[in-house]
Write a protein that binds this ligand. Structure first.
Ligand SMILES: *[C@@H]1O[C@H](CO)[C@@H](O)[C@H](O)[C@H]1NC(C)=O
Ligand SMILES: *[C@@H]1O[C@H](CO)[C@@H](O)[C@H](O)[C@H]1NC(C)=O
Ligand SMILES: *[C@@H]1O[C@H](CO)[C@@H](O)[C@H](O)[C@H]1NC(C)=O
Ligand SMILES: *[C@@H]1O[C@H](CO)[C@@H](O)[C@H](O)[C@H]1NC(C)=O
Ligand SMILES: *[C@@H]1O[C@H](CO)[C@@H](O)[C@H](O)[C@H]1NC(C)=O
Length: 460
């Protein structure tokens, strides 16, 4: 495997010098053209709309949640570029994966479905509501109601019995990771609660956003310096914290806090946004370019982690829109990261690794600038697309600010959407030995990478 990658990267490096993605960041047309090229390469990984395949699923080795993240990215792509090429495929995927209860918990995904996995699909639906992405037909699930369904289910899973609150990572007791509480699961809850507050004006959502924030700081998953750590096991009362700091945790809380600042106009939320922004800028940027610190410098990022920087770009931009005082700090960093990412989009791997236009496959390490690193895949392609497309957001440009129910939002809601946890648990078929082994393997890999992260943080 290692040898094949190396040969690929050398070949692609040569090809990259000839082709490569050219972007003039002073021209919206040029940015849109580049985004379209990268999006084309991204969607070539998707097979869910082929006859006999399942809409919404990416092929192995990509987990279900990453497809939700990808379609969330495509919802923004549509708004920012105006390109309608992927609207149908995105709607088909999102509607299909809502499952029997219209809550992004399809039975097929039970074995790997954690609160964070469900959350990435729910955030895609929330973005669709906020962007006025075309609504599905009335007899189909609706974007706002889907986000509310997941919010309601999160409320039902809040767990004061351990660590004085918080969501667990996993939903089902039989999945490994049920005894772990993590920042990304609670970040999904926080982010969705904040955005539902802004979209609907309903105070219940704001109360939950406050409560989640308070809990996160109480257990010190967010510390006094606004570092955000991965999470902790419930056995020790969440005291033994895994210290890895991922870009997506910084981004998801920064954005949620910016939304809360926007709706409250309060000093307290402004200070939180300021603190998170400071720490994000200090910790994750090297010469203006985003780096996945726990793994990227050591070439240890797994498939999931290779996609995280894209969400940081998404949420920095969302923050810049809703907390305008952050715009002049955050957007130049999105822009410099985008320029570096575009330089990485110069690879020509073989067709089993990439089927987009030759010379436009995106590598992973943006700090390498025009030395294509040969690490290609959905995460890398999506992250580069994110960085590039979000540079289309301009200061105080009202047309691209997320709408609300009172500023033109058309998505239908349902405050009672979602199902009870009990209904779900008892509906599950018995787990087989083979599946248990597979789940155990996945979790071992995750824990290993988390431990690896702590080690690197300590060394730093
Ligand atoms: C699936 O969607 C992609 C992206 O829109 C498109 O290029 C492709 O033709 C579609 N495939 C089928 C079988 O419809
Ligand atoms: C679940 O899997 C079956 C069999 O592959 C497929 O037909 C169905 O569409 C899947 N459902 C969802 C929601 O993915
Ligand atoms: C953030 O950084 C700025 C500039 O360095 C500083 O003035 C401000 O006090 C910091 N705010 C927080 C909350 O850390
Ligand atoms: C909320 O966001 C809008 C859109 O960018 C902006 O006009 C408004 O000033 C923001 N509110 C605050 C309190 O910054
Ligand atoms: C606000 O949201 C809560 C929680 O979903 C719901 O119970 C309540 O009915 C909502 N209030 C209004 C006025 O929609």
């Amino acid at each position: 495997m290692g040898r094949i990658m190396k040969a690929t990267s050398i070949l692609s490096l040569l090809a990259g010098a000839v082709n490569g993605l050219q972007v003039d960041f002073s021209s919206d047309d040029s940015i849109k053209q580049a985004a379209s090229t990268v999006a084309y390469g991204l969607l070539k990984y998707y097979t869910g709309n082929n006859t006999g395949d399942t809409p919404g699923n990416l092929p192995d080795p990509y987990f279900w949640w990453e497809a939700g993240a990808m379609f969330g990215t495509m919802v923004d792509y549509w708004l920012l570029t105006g390109d309608e090429s992927y609207v149908d495929v995105t709607t088909q995927a999102m509607v299909h994966q809502t499952g029997d209860d219209r809550d992004f918990m399809p039975t097929n995904q039970t074995r790997t479905l954690g609160n964070d996995d469900q959350g990435f699909w729910a955030m895609a639906a929330m973005s669709a509501a906020e962007n006025n992405f075309p609504n599905p037909p009335a007899d189909q699930p609706q974007w706002l109601a889907l986000a509310q369904a997941v919010f309601n289910e999160y409320v039902g899973r809040w767990d004061p019995a351990t660590c004085n609150g918080g969501l667990r990572w996993q939903i089902f007791t039989f999945n490994n990771g049920f005894n772990y509480k993590n920042s990304i699961s609670n970040g999904c809850f926080f982010n969705i609660a904040a955005r539902l507050t802004r979209y609907t004006g309903n105070q219940t959502y704001a109360d939950w956003a406050e409560k989640i924030w308070d809990w996160m700081t109480e257990v010190k998953f967010i510390d006094a310096d606004f570092n955000i750590y991965d999470g902790a096991g419930v056995e020790g009362g969440c005291a033994k914290i895994s210290q890895a700091q991922w870009t997506y945790n910084a981004g998801i809380f920064l954005h949620g806090a910016a939304v809360m600042y926007n709706v409250t106009d309060s000093d307290i939320w402004q200070q939180r946004v300021q603190g998170l922004m400071n720490r994000t800028v200090q910790h994750f940027f090297v010469d203006g370019v985003a780096v996945e610190q726990p793994c990227e410098p050591f070439n240890q990022c797994d498939i999931d982690q290779q996609s995280f920087k894209g969400y940081l770009m998404r949420w920095m931009t969302g923050s810049a829109q809703l907390a305008p005082f952050t715009f002049d700090t955050l957007m130049p960093l999105v822009q410099s990261s985008a320029a570096a990412a575009a330089l990485q989009c110069s690879g020509s791997p073989p067709a089993n690794e990439f089927r987009g236009d030759p010379g436009t496959a995106c590598g992973f390490k943006w700090t390498e600038k025009n030395k294509f690193d040969g690490l290609v895949g959905v995460g890398q392609q999506m992250s580069a697309l994110s960085a590039i497309q979000y540079t289309l957001v301009k200061k105080a440009e009202v047309a691209k600010v997320p709408v609300t129910a009172s500023t033109g939002g058309t998505s239908a809601g349902n405050v009672n959407a979602g199902a009870s946890a009990e209904t779900k648990i008892y509906a599950m078929p018995a787990i087989t030995t083979g599946e248990r082994v597979a789940a155990g393997f996945a979790t071992t890999a995750v824990l290993f990478s988390v431990l690896g992260g702590s080690f690197f943080v300590m060394k730093e």
